[in-house]
Design a protein around this ligand. Sequence first.
Ligand code: IMP
Length: 270
Amino acid sequence: MVPASASATATRWWRRLAPVPQAMPLSPPASRRRFHVGDWCRPPFPTSFAVTDLGPRRGQVLISFLTSRAPSSAPLRGTPTVARSWEEDLERILWTEDEIAARVSEIAAEISEDIKGCGAEVAVVGVATGAFVFLADLVRRMGLPVAVDLIRVESYGSRTESNGAPAIVSDVRVDVEGKHVILVEDIVDTGNTLSFLISHMKSKGARAVSVCTFLDKPGRRKVQFELVGDGKFYRGFVCPDCFVVGYGMDFSERCRYLPFVAVLKPEKYT
Ligand code: IMP
């Protein structure tokens, strides 16, 4: 359970999932009372559900969706099971949605200022999948006509330690030759992935390679990387030595969608 003081953002997120309209009757017998989607819930939620209990915090309601109208094979999206599972897996929130937004704006402004005078076309290349949220926020805040692409590298699987041998499983489509490439990472840990990607961009003829990572774990660095040309290193936050999830980052494909960054409970992966 995330401590109540940990984040107002988490509370807001929960409330968006199950907003409680003022007029909604909660008095007994509330359990198994049926409501319909038009009342206070929009698709893709199932069309019918029942109030089963009051939540642990004031004003919250736990709801269980009734599956009778959904095909039995269809995954139920947005169910309370999902909401509860992430909360139980998290130890504490490190950066809230608002803190992240403020920092991303700062970095975007810094990068925009730097690249305005770089005299080359710019290609912003996100490292999939972890960087997808950061990449989207960053390029929109930069507000400059840059090319955007993704590259997919695998070195992790479902474990929390890099295996040290990254391999490209999906390369960029944008021609980076002669361009200033900004590699966008979710997190730099040992430095293996980044060092490999910088060499890859250099071999493709990039004129300069900058790195913009949302998080940096400098204490865990095993490989020092060198930027190319007049490339620069940008980072959002220095991350403590723990496994974090949210804002695009996952553990076994879970928690990427969370709008904040939280520490995963060590017992979840040890
Ligand atoms: P590196 O090659 O060891 O620097 O690993 C970088 C990659 O490992 C990142 O792009 C992430 O996908 C993953 N990674 C490292 N630390 C974490 C973490 O705390 N949470 C989620 N992913 C992580």
